[in-house]
Design a protein around this ligand. Structure first.
Ligand code: AR6
Length: 181
């Protein structure tokens, strides 16, 4: 499995799944969430409303992830995750690591082979860029270490993820991820 960091806009990435740094409501917001909803079109918000109606009526918990189609995006899937909000005292590194790990799990469930992550929690949610980079890269590497995953019946099968790409919006963020890599 390849792990890389590039500077760019996640909405234009030619990967199977892009990860959205959403909030628990799943009903949109600013930052990368706003950009993904704008690029995917209004059907994405409808799909998110459906997820709220059916699966997460109280909202998606911090550290968890859920998949919708990508609609007008080049990516076939959007994996929505909710990072911890440092500014509100959510400072558990395990919660942020869980965003990356759960997103990889969800992507595998729908058969994605490539996935792009933004710097979850490094914007409005106020986490330090180097901390996000360290946690994101460690989670991807730990996942790489378990590409043979047992299912409920004890059979093992490959994870299917061949590429993890961190897509960073700014030069300082890219620097942070390059240091972590
Ligand atoms: N492509 C890649 N990265 C981007 C893009 C883009 N198009 N746009 C912004 N970023 P944030 P959070 C970067 O605030 O901290 C939303 O309102 C951005 O520079 O998007 O997890 C949600 O609805 C930053 O480095 O996510 C939540 O309420 C990184 O993406 C809240 O913000 C993450 O910044 C989530 O906050």
């Amino acid at each position: 499995m390849q792990i890389e960091a590039v500077r760019g806009d996640i909405t234009t990435q030619d990967v199977d799944a892009v990860v959205n740094a959403a909030n628990s409501s799943l009903l949109g917001g600013g930052g990368v969430d706003g950009a993904i909803h704008a690029a995917a079109g209004p059907r994405l918000l409808e799909a998110c409303r459906e997820v709220r109606r059916t699966t997460y009526p109280d909202g998606l918990p911090v550290g968890d992830a859920v998949v919708t189609p990508g609609f007008d995006l080049p990516a076939r899937w959007v994996v929505h995750t909710v990072g911890p909000n440092w500014n509100r005292g959510q400072r558990e590194t395990a919660d942020l690591a869980s965003c990356f790990t759960r997103s990889l799990e969800r992507a595998v469930e729908v058969g994605a082979a490539s996935i792009a992550f933004p710097a979850v929690s490094a914007g409005a949610y106020g986490w330090d860029a180097d901390e996000v980079a360290r946690i994101g890269v460690a989670a991807a590497r730990a996942w790489q270490g378990s590409t043979e995953r047992p299912d409920e019946d004890g059979h093992t099968h490959p994870s299917g993820i061949a590429l993890v790409r961190f897509v960073l919006f700014s030069a300082p963020l890219l620097d942070a991820f390059e240091r972590a890599l």
